[in-house]
Design a protein around this ligand. Structure first.
Ligand code: UGY
Ligand code: MN
Length: 431
């Protein structure tokens, strides 16, 4: 032990006592253990095995990849376990970067973590999308936490492991003053923090509050009901996370259903029609029409459902692509408006898709008897609901009850798009 103390106690400062050295060793082991636990939660088993094999021959490279994954997790940029194919991509990127760096003689100094690397984990709601091309880029991975039974890693373990990793690399306060702080702060990393609010006549539900759970009408899929008649709405707004080989059955006969594809591909069979829908496509299935929604490889859906409220009318099965719908004139407003359902008296609601350039805002500070369910598909801005003003970003969902004052201004650097349920042809004298 004396020899060990001599070896390790060299350098500045008083030699460490045996107890101190033991405590330091125990701390190091605990930190390593927590790091291992975190990595287990960040990678799928096949990815872990591959990295373990790499570490046998290239321990430094494996360690660097682990550091990057931990840092990405720390920034809230990993929401799904890293798969083996994803890990292979990352390994290739590292090899390319190492190659580039060895070819260049003068190189700007970078930390252990390369920002390009982090960018590859970036979710649209965390990072700006300068390459915005009007294509909605929503995916289920940005729609927040799954239910407890799912495969997402426990936040407490992650936080503990991140803390351990930080401790291990000594006191590193550099990020407090680093330029990245201007890129946006991941508030949802703060314990207990959420932007979700529920008020008498509106709700803002941000993705960290979405709770996905099994639903008897769905096989191999989970759904999150964000709005339902339980809050006084005349409709339900839900997200469906469809895994491979999943299926959704029709809702009760009296319910009509609107499907908007956020991610992946689904097949809808409704009566004698069969259509394949991709991201940004939609379908409306009238009440009483038997149908199924299936996905072979998985998909993310937004659904609006309601009890059909009209009599003596006959809405038909409708489907299409959002971009193929004409932009409609909106006198006095600047946003681009598309309506996804026919504007006839057969439909008791419509679904609007509204695009705003940064800096554009609603001219009318609306107050009306129609109800809304909204999902912000892209961009960010400020939503006024009642007397409150909320910063909002892609992935956020909003419920607006009749007569709630509402207003939106698009901010940031990329275009904003939201999809909006709006009840129509409802007699305002009929509560
Ligand atoms: O049509 C509407 O009521 C829509 N302009 N409302 C909204 O964007 N909040
Ligand atoms: Mn409105």
């Amino acid at each position: 032990m004396a020899q060990l103390m001599q070896q390790q106690g060299g350098g500045a400062g008083a030699p460490k006592s045996a107890e101190e050295m033991q405590a330091a060793e125990e701390q190091r082991e605990a930190a390593e253990e927590q790091r291992r636990a975190m990595l287990v939660n960040l990678m799928q088993p096949a990815a872990r095995d591959r990295l373990a094999r790499i570490s046998l021959v290239k321990p430094d490279k494996a360690r660097a990849i682990e550091d990057m994954l931990i840092m990405a997790a720390r920034r809230g940029q990993i929401q799904e376990k890293v798969s083996e194919p994803r890990l292979i991509e990352l390994l290739e990127q590292v090899s390319e970067q190492t190659e580039k760096k060895t070819k260049v003689t003068i190189q700007r100094r970078r930390g252990a973590l390369d920002d390009d690397w982090l960018a590859s984990f970036c979710l649209p709601r965390v990072c700006a999308r300068p390459d915005n091309n009007k294509t909605p880029a929503m995916s289920m991975s940005m729609l927040g936490t799954r239910d407890r039974a799912s495969d997402s890693w426990p936040a407490a373990a992650a936080v503990a492991a991140v803390a351990a990793a930080a401790r291990q690399s000594s006191w590193d306060y550099s990020s407090l003053l680093a330029p990245q702080r201007f890129a946006g702060i991941a508030f949802d990393d703060l314990p207990g923090f959420t932007r979700s609010v529920y008020e008498r006549n509106y709700a803002l539900v941000s993705p960290e509050s979405f709770v996905f759970a099994g639903n008897p009408g769905w096989t191999n899929a989970t759904t999150a009901h964000i709005i339902s008649p339980a809050v006084g709405a005349n409709f339900a707004m839900l997200l469906a996370d469809m895994k491979a080989h999943s299926r959704g059955e029709r809702p009760p006969e009296s319910h009509e259903r609107f499907i908007f594809v956020l991610d992946g591909v689904v097949e809808v069979v409704a009566g004698s029609e069969r259509v394949t829908l991709h991201a940004d496509d939609f379908a409306y299935i009238p009440a009483h029409l038997k149908h199924t929604v299936t996905s072979s490889n998985g998909a993310g859906l937004l659904l609006f459902e309601r009890r059909y409220a009209l009599k003596g009318t006959s809405p038909r099965f409708v489907h299409g692509g959002t971009q193929a719908q004409p932009v409609l004139p909106v006198p006095g407003e600047v946003f681009q408006l598309r309506k996804l359902l026919p504007q006839t008296a057969d439909y008791d609601f419509n679904v609007h898709v509204m695009d705003f350039l940064p800096g554009e805002y609603l001219n009318v500070k609306e107050v009306h008897y129609n109800q809304h369910g909204l999902l912000l598909l892209q961009g960010k801005g400020i939503y006024r609901l009642g007397n409150d003003w909320y910063p909002v970003q892609a992935g956020d969902a909003i419920w607006m009850a009749p007569y709630v004052p509402q207003w939106y201004a698009a901010l940031g650097t990329s275009e904003s798009r939201y999809i909006l349920y709006k009840d129509t042809t409802v007699d305002p004298l009929h509560a």
